[in-house]
Design a protein around this ligand. Sequence first.
Ligand code: TYM
Length: 334
Amino acid sequence: MRVLSGIQPTGNLHLGNYLGAIRNWVKMQDEMDAQSQCFFFLADMHSITVHEGREQRLTNVREMAAALVACGIDPDRSVLFNQARVPAHAELCWLLNGTARIGWLNRMTQFKDKAGKNREGASIGLYVYPVLQAADVLLYQATHVPVGEDQKQHLELTRDIAIKFNTDFEREVFTLPDPIIPKETARIMSLRDGSAKMSKSDPSDQSRINLTDDNDTIAQKVRKAKTDPEPLPSEAKGLEGRPEAQNLVGIYAAMAGMSADAVCAQFAGQGFGAFKPALADLLVSTLAPIRDRYVALKDDHAALDDILRKGAEKAAAAAEPTLRAAYDAMGLMR
Ligand code: TYM
């Protein structure tokens, strides 16, 4: 088993990232057997599609590395690195540009969302973004890719690119990866709008819980989260048509390791005035230790750079055979 996943180092790690992806990364790392390997990386080459100054980007990469370690990614057991340090990603992306079809990229919903109305003004990088993501995954012959629901389409494209490349060049150069998407926490929604996903790019900080928020901020954001005036139902199916309530119950269930039905049974008939403080306490008890580890790590640039550099050396060595096979299959002499 080869596990691989990445995160963009833009802004803070939030609860959606944690429950949708990172918690699963840590679980897969902790359950790994001797034959398996985990690769986790900061997609800083992807982050060029969001304009940021030099200092900000340097800070973001280190802070995200610190956040992943604080969440439980262990650089001694998993290969943790930043993409820019492993040029094979950019190289394979270029080779795959010969295989990926414009029609396939035109269907990518993330591109449509991020480009917005001004499609002509979007960068080429934003358009080609999913090809670089395919390169990230295929380079390591990843078999399992733990991600949230919003990455599903990118993973399907990755498989399409791999199948076409293997077929066109008549060699099994790439392994087809499977996305691992947690059922209950695949899509954590904004605290302000139950129809929008929790996101780093939402201009309202009230819409998300950041892993760096202090206890009072967490409690205040939960208190102000949008809800409806109805009490909690006795079963989860009573939450249908109540997206905000469903989201908060889902977050509680995920944090407590309970089913949504069990959470509803526990709070049946109570209003959000009673439920929200319980949810805030639960969030604080899990997130406070992560935040404390993060604060202790984030300014130790030497230690973080050392982790990322060593990770990149291991990643580059693991990527090299696939990169060589791809060049060779295409008849490109290196
Ligand atoms: P990114 O940085 O947007 O998000 C990192 C991970 O968090 C998940 N996620 C969520 N899950 C549930 N609910 C939410 N509200 C939520 N918001 C984010 C994402 O699904 C993701 O798993 N393109 C990727 C980074 C990437 C990558 C890769 C991932 C680059 N190369 C190769 C996997 C494999 C991205 O922007 O994720």
